[in-house]
Structure formats: structure tokens, C-alpha cells
Design a protein around this ligand. Structure first.
Ligand code: LFR
Length: 497
């Protein structure tokens, strides 16, 4: 007795997933529950070509198609689909609507040094005032500026820039759109004025016509094209522009007790912040290098991008190259057995962005900062998890100062919360409870926007209530806050903040 079925694609930097979401009526008269079922999962592995790191965009398209096909094969009849991905990356289309080149990966080194260069040229304050965005080396503005500097002929003939989710929708529907939450990750969108920053584009030598007028999350883009339906042997379904930046989809699904809450979206990246009704463009926000990212339901999210579990993922990859294969649960066991606070790092030191050897880079950080160098896997893992938790405390406290609020605890959502040790450490570090769940927050936020577009959920609050009813939360309480406060002092000294 289903009232609504939708299909969500949540594509992250290491894997993509397709999930069916259904609002199921339990008993008549009672509100429905959201059930989610994963029907397809695929790895997302970047490809190095020459000096550049790329996404395998064509493979991603193929896997989205596979997901749509599998949904129908499994007997579901979703009325719509939505796609969310990481931010900032894009494809360029020529005058015939064909993709120019292979989209760059945000960890491509081409943008190295460009934050400083554009700050000098345009002014750091101005860039912040006009975008509200955290200075991250991979923001779209720096990627485009790198292409301009390199004299890329692609920019001469490009007609339209489509951010990743919009690009995939274009391949599937033939419709070109620009979804709002993704637009705000470019640093070319004026978050205060809520318009594209055309003067800035012109100053840089970029054609404003590359950028389409943003559409709100929850807008119907169109339907699967005839060719795609024929290829997949599926009926045409609606394509919905959800909050297509994964962080914003996740933020839209935080099962908060009140409208005022702090959250941490935990995956390859850690995004910690809070929800506001408009961009906060104060000098202190610039000073602490926070972001104002456009969110679902007319919100802005004041948040900070923290390096996240990427550091651990990269160590795992490095150990595997050396023949040591550890699962994430095994890694957690090793960390638990290791000595606490033996060495700490600043997870956001830029050297951790994309080093050739993450393990060696951590060792080097510890050596340089006069600490014991981790030797065993367990020591490395413990160092990473403790450092992340301490960084979360630092950023949570900054969020409170900037937003002028205080939070009773922290909501953690996303795949990273499967690492219970990280949740526990976080509760210890912040000295407050952590409410963990749901794991699939991005996919769930993606579904909520589709339910709203389809008229099954009326507004944001109804969506949050649905999430709260449907997914249990795990609660972590701090047990040794004094030990962690002492460790925080050590962390502050080491990181020099
Ligand atoms: C998280 C995320 C962050 C963004 C980073 C790179 O998946 O979307 O919000 O800063 O990836 O795009």
C-alpha cells in the first residue's frame, strides 16, 4: 500500500548508490514511514590522464542508467529520480551540446597556488563578500581560472557549463539546467545578492552566458528522453533537480529536535555547521574561513569543510598497495587498542589534500611538529580519528560564535557514522552528546525533495518528521571529558590555532 516511490542517486567521491525510497502507510490514519532500499552500488574511481586527474563521467552516466534499469527490473515504478553529487565540478558543452573533454577531478593539482593568486588580483575580502564561500583550492572559480591561464581552447568554444548532477540530467533528459545548491559551490555565485556574479566572471575573462539561471531544489527538469527509455526499456519518469549538492541533501535530512541545531555530514569530507535563512557575510566568517552554501528550502548553510575520512581512506589505499588489507571495522579495532593522544595532526593542513603517500605525509607532519611518529597501523588510525574529533570541537565552537548560538549536542549523519569510534570520540571531544543517524542522509534528503516535488510531502518540517519517525538515532555521551579537554589543549598548541 505505497503512497509514493522515488529513485535517488547519491554519488560520492568514492562510490555511488541508487536507492528506492517509499513512503509506506502502516495503518490507516497513521502517518507513513519512509523505507529505503539500495538497489545498485558502484565504485567511483578517478582516472589520471597525463598531468590531470579526471572523473570517469561516462562511466557514471552508465551506472546511473544501470540503476534506473535495475529499479524497474526489481519491480519498482518510481515516479521520478534525482541525483546528488559532490560540489564544484563541471562539464563544458559545445554549440552542438556535446561534452568538451573529460571533466576534471577537484583534486587535480592544476589549482595549486591559485587562491593566493586571485586574492592578490581581486582581493580576499571582495571574493568573500561576493560569494560567501570558504576558500578551497578546488572551487570552480579556480578550476576555470587554471584553464584560462593554461589557454585552454575548450573555454573558447564552450557554450554552457553544467555542474556534475546537471550534466548527468542533461545526458538523460536533454534538458540543460543549473540547480541552485550546486551553483553556490562555484564561488562565482553572489550569495548575498542571490545572483550570478557576472562582473566577476567578466573580469576573469569568463563568458557569463556559460552559466544558466539557477533553478530551485524541487524543480521538475523534464523526463527521461525517448532514446534513454528505448535503450533501458523503461517508461519515461520525471527528472527532479533535488538539492543536488550532496552536503545540502544531507543537511535537509538532519532529524533535528528543533530548528536550531548543529550538524556534521560525515563522509570523504566532513562538513560541520548550522542552518541559517540567509548568507552570513561578516568579517569573522571570512576570518575563520567558513562557507555560506545555498541549501534546500531557501536556506543557507553556514559550514566549514573539514578534510574528513579521506585521510583514513588514503591510508587504507596505501597499506593495500603494501599488501596489508584492512576492513574499516578492523581498522577501528586496531585504533581502539592503540595508545590515546600519542600524536595529533591538523586534518586541514593542505598537505593532506592529495599527497602521493598519505601514511608518510602523516609521519612527516608528526616529525616536523616534534611528536612521536606513528609506527603501527593502529597508531596512525587513532591519530587520524582523534585529530578529526578535536577538529570537530574547534569548528563546532567557532560555529557557535559565528551564529551567536549554543548547541546542546551535535547531529552526525552520512556514511562516516558507521565508524562508531569516530562518533564516540566526537562526543568525548565536544563534551556533549552526539546523535548519529541516518547513514544515508544524502539519499534521504534527495528523496524528500522528490516527495515535495511530487506533492507527497508538503513542506520541509513534514519531511523532517518523516525522517524522525522512520530512522532510529544512536546516541553517544561523553565519558572522559577532562582527558579530552587536555588533549584539545595539546591539539591547539600543535596546530598553532
Ligand atoms: C562533500 C562535498 C563537499 C564539497 C566537496 C568537494 O561530498 O560535496 O561539500 O566541498 O565534496 O566538492
Amino acid at each position: 500500500n505505497n503512497t509514493a516511490t522515488v529513485l535517488a542517486f547519491d554519488i560520492g567521491a568514492s562510490s555511488g548508490r541508487a536507492l528506492i525510497g517509499q513512503i509506506v502507510q502502516q495503518n490507516s490514519g497513521e502517518p507513513g514511514l519512509l523505507t529505503i532500499t539500495e538497489i545498485h552500488r558502484f565504485p567511483n574511481i578517478p582516472v589520471q590522464i597525463g598531468n590531470h586527474l579526471h572523473w570517469d563521467t561516462v562511466m557514471l552516466l552508465q551506472e546511473v542508467k544501470n540503476g534506473i534499469r535495475k529499479a524497474f527490473q526489481a519491480g519498482y515504478t518510481p515516479e521520478s529520480y534525482g541525483i546528488d553529487t559532490w560540489g564544484v565540478d563541471f562539464g563544458l558543452l559545445d554549440s552542438q551540446g556535446e561534452l568538451l573533454g573529460i571533466p576534471y577531478h577537484y583534486r587535480d593539482p592544476q589549482t595549486e597556488g591559485l587562491i593566493e593568486e586571485l586574492n592578490e588580483k581581486l582581493g580576499r575580502e571582495r571574493l568573500f563578500q561576493e560569494s560567501g564561500l570558504q576558500f578551497m583550492p578546488f572551487n570552480t572559480i579556480y578550476q576555470l581560472y587554471a584553464m584560462l591561464k593554461a589557454g585552454s581552447p575548450k573555454l573558447d568554444i564552450a557554450e554552457t557549463l553544467l555542474l556534475t548532477p546537471d550534466l548527468l540530467h542533461y545526458f538523460l533528459t536533454g534538458e540543460k539546467v543549473c540547480e541552485f545548491t550546486m551553483a553556490t559551490t562555484t564561488q562565482l555565485y553572489d550569495a548575498g545578492q542571490n545572483v550570478w556574479n557576472k562582473p566577476l566572471m567578466k573580469e576573469l575573462g569568463l563568458s557569463p552566458s556559460l552559466f544558466l539561471d539557477p533553478i530551485e531544489p524541487g524543480t521538475v527538469i523534464g523526463t527521461l528522453s525517448e532514446e534513454v527509455c528505448r535503450e533501458l526499456k523503461v517508461p519515461s519518469i520525471k527528472a527532479i533537480a533535488v538539492a543536488s549538492h550532496d552536503t545540502e541533501s544531507a543537511a535537509a535530512a538532519v532529524p533535528a529536535h528543533s530548528t536550531d541545531f548543529a550538524y556534521l555530514v560525515c563522509g570523504t569530507w566532513s562538513l560541520l555547521g548550522t542552518e541559517l535563512s540567509e548568507a552570513l557575510l561578516l568579517p569573522e566568517v571570512l576570518e575563520h574561513n567558513f562557507s555560506n552554501e545555498g541549501g534546500a528550502f531557501g536556506t543557507f548553510q553556514l559550514l566549514k569543510n573539514i578534510m574528513g575520512l579521506w585521510i583514513l581512506q588514503e591510508c587504507k589505499r596505501r597499506w593495500e598497495l603494501n599488501g596489508v588489507n584492512l576492513s574499516f571495522p578492523e581498522m577501528v579495532k586496531l585504533a581502539e587498542a592503540a595508545e590515546p593522544f600519542r600524536s595529533l595532526i591538523d586534518p586541514d593542513d593542505l598537505r593532506f589534500m592529495n599527497p602521493a603517500d598519505m601514511v608518510e605525509t602523516i609521519a612527516e607532519y608528526c616529525r616536523e611538529s616534534g611528536q612521536l611518529v606513528p609506527e603501527t597501523e593502529g597508531q596512525f588510525i587513532r591519530c587520524i580519528l582523534e585529530s578529526l574529533a578535536l577538529r570537530y570541537r574547534e569548528v563546532l565552537e567557532k560555529t557557535e560564535v559565528l551564529a551567536g548560538r549554543s548547541y546542546a549536542g551535535l547531529h552526525m549523519v552520512g556514511g562516516g557514522i558507521q565508524n562508531e569510534l569516530l562518533c564516540r570520540f566526537t562526543a568525548e571531544a565536544i563534551g556533549r552528546p552526539v546523535w548519529a543517524g541516518p547513514i544515508e542522509a544524502s539519499a534521504i534528503g534527495n528523496m524528500l525533495l522528490q516527495f515535495v516535488a511530487g506533492g507527497h510531502v508538503q513542506h520541509k518540517e513534514e519531511g523532517i518528521e518523516l525522517v524522525k519517525r522512520s530512522f532510529p538515532l544512536a546516541v553517544y555521551h561523553p565519558e572522559t571529558p577532562e582527558l579530552w579537554s587536555a588533549a584539545f589543549q595539546k591539539y591547539v598548541q600543535i596546530t598553532g590555532r
